[in-house]
Every structure is written in structure tokens, then in C-alpha cells.
Design a binder for this molecule. Sequence first.
Ligand SMILES: [Zn+2]
Length: 97
Amino acid sequence: MRRKILLNMYNIKTSEEPNLPPIPSIGDVLTRKKNFIEYKYTVLKCSSCNNKVERNFIEGDYIFKKLEGKPCEKCSNTQFIIIEIYSTYKKEKNDKI
Ligand SMILES: [Zn+2]
């Protein structure tokens, strides 16, 4: 079990690489990076009904990690699997536009 977890960690899609998810104003992000903060989020999938849920990335998250305890909004199942982890940049101020 422990070995499997280590293998799965290599699948994390974080953004040390230039292949970030599409961002509308990537040019602005690169030239004015001071005003942006890195924002990671995790996509969970309900293991029962496949409902997808996003939440903030939490340290220790990795692809295929199983989570428990947070009831699914659609079927009340409490088991989820992390299927995607994204990283993007968010404007530090004025992000309520
Ligand atoms: Zn569900």
C-alpha cells in the first residue's frame, strides 16, 4: 500500500512545468507576476456516482488518493478519489471581479 502511494505521487500535475492550464491573460501573468499568487486546487470524484467536486489543494494531496468523510452532494457517499490537481495563478488583489 505504501509503495503504491509513492508511485502515484509521480502523476501529480503540478506546475513546475510551463504547461499550465489555460489562463486568459497569461501574458499579464508573466509580466506582472508580483501581483499574482499561486493557487492550487484539487478535483475529487465521488467513487459512487462520479460527481466531480473541486476544493483547495491540501498538502499531501496526490492523484488517486482516496478520501473519506465528506458526503457527496448528490448521493451522500463519503468516499472520494482525487483525479486531478491543478495549479494556476490568481490575482492577489481585485479577485472578486
Ligand atoms: Zn456521489
